[in-house]
Design a protein around this ligand. Structure first.
Ligand code: SF4
Ligand code: SF4
Length: 184
C-alpha cells in the first residue's frame, strides 16, 4: 500500500518538474510577436530589397559592373542632341543616356550593397522590404526602367535616324574633301 502511494507521488512530482519550465514561461513577458499581423521594426540601414529611382539613374553601368553575381542588367541608349523632349535628370541637368532596361534578379542578389556604394547619384538604394517571395523565378526579376515599350521604340527610331544623318553628313564631307584634293 505504501509503495502504491509512493508511486502516485513520484508520478505527480515528475509532472510538476516537467511542467516547471512551461509554467515559468506561461507567466513570463512575451518575446515573440504575431507575425504577419505584427512585425519587428527593421533598421533603416538594413540591406533588403533594392529600389531604383529612374530619375536619378544616368546609365553609367557602374552598379552592374561591380555586382559580384551579375544580377543587374542595364541597357542604355544615347539621347540624340535634337531630341524635342530634352530629357532632364533629377537635378535638372540634361540627360545624355536613356535607360530602357534596368532589371535586378533578386533570386541571385546576395545583398552585398556594392551597387549602392558605387552609384554616383544614389539612384539605387536598399529598402526595408524583405517580404517579396514569389512562386516563380521570373517573379523575382524586377524591372525598374520608367520607359514604356512605345517610348523605347520611339527613341530607338529617333537614334537610328540621327545616326543615319550623321553618317550621311560625314560621307558628304569626305566626298567634298576628296573632290577638292583632286582639283588641287
Ligand atoms: S546588392 Fe550586391 S549582389 Fe545585389 S545587386 Fe547589388 S551588387 Fe549585386
Ligand atoms: S543605378 Fe547608379 S551606378 Fe547604376 S547605372 Fe544608374 S547611376 Fe549608374
Amino acid at each position: 500500500m505504501i509503495d502504491y502511494f509512493k508511486n502516485v507521488w513520484t508520478w505527480f512530482y515528475t509532472i510538476l518538474v516537467g511542467m516547471k519550465i512551461t509554467l515559468r514561461h506561461l507567466f513570463a513577458k512575451k518575446v515573440t510577436i504575431q507575425y504577419p499581423n505584427e512585425r519587428y521594426p527593421i533598421p533603416p540601414i538594413a540591406r533588403n530589397r533594392l529600389q531604383l529611382d529612374p530619375d536619378r539613374c544616368n546609365g553609367c553601368l557602374q552598379c552592374s559592373r561591380i555586382c559580384p553575381v551579375q544580377c543587374i542588367t542595364v541597357e542604355t541608349m544615347k539621347v540624340v542632341p535634337d531630341d524635342p523632349e530634352q530629357p532632364k535628370m533629377f537635378d535638372g541637368t540634361p540627360r545624355k543616356i536613356w535607360v530602357p532596361r534596368y532589371d535586378i534578379d533578386f533570386a541571385k542578389c546576395c545583398f552585398c550593397g556594392l551597387c549602392t556604394t558605387v552609384c554616383p547619384t544614389e539612384a539605387i538604394k536598399h529598402t526595408t522590404d524583405f517580404e517579396y517571395s514569389s512562386y516563380t523565378r521570373e517573379g523575382l526579376i524586377y524591372h525598374f526602367s520608367a520607359m514604356s515599350p512605345e517610348k523605347v521604340e520611339e527613341k530607338k527610331k529617333m537614334l537610328a535616324e540621327w545616326t543615319a544623318k550623321q553618317k550621311a553628313a560625314k560621307a558628304q564631307q569626305e566626298k567634298q574633301a576628296q573632290a577638292s584634293n583632286e582639283v588641287n
